[in-house]
Write a protein that binds this ligand. Structure first.
Ligand SMILES: [Zn+2]
Length: 85
């Protein structure tokens, strides 16, 4: 994996964090709002899934891009970059 690819991934992570900070979160996990249920990436906060009904399978806890960061061991660097910008 090239340095350029990592740099792009880290920059995009920061963009997703900025984007998700502007979103109005729909909290449907309290049980009172009913369906659909919105799920968000645990790393960057962007929406990952909107599900209706009781989920049979586990929902995604991270988006595809953050999963890639995580698998490459870059998620800590991405967080540091974001907090340092
Ligand atoms: Zn994410």
């Amino acid at each position: 994996m090239s340095d350029q690819k990592k740099l792009n991934a880290v920059r995009q992570f920061a963009q997703r964090k900025d984007y998700s900070s502007l979103l109005q979160r729909v909290d449907t996990h309290g049980g009172h709002a009913g369906y659909p249920k919105y799920h968000y990436c645990r790393h960057c906060g962007t929406p990952t899934e909107v599900l209706t009904g009781d989920s049979v399978f586990d929902s995604y806890s991270e988006c595809s891009q953050c999963r890639g960061l995580d698998q490459n061991g870059w998620i800590e660097d991405a967080n540091r970059h974001y907090e340092g910008q």
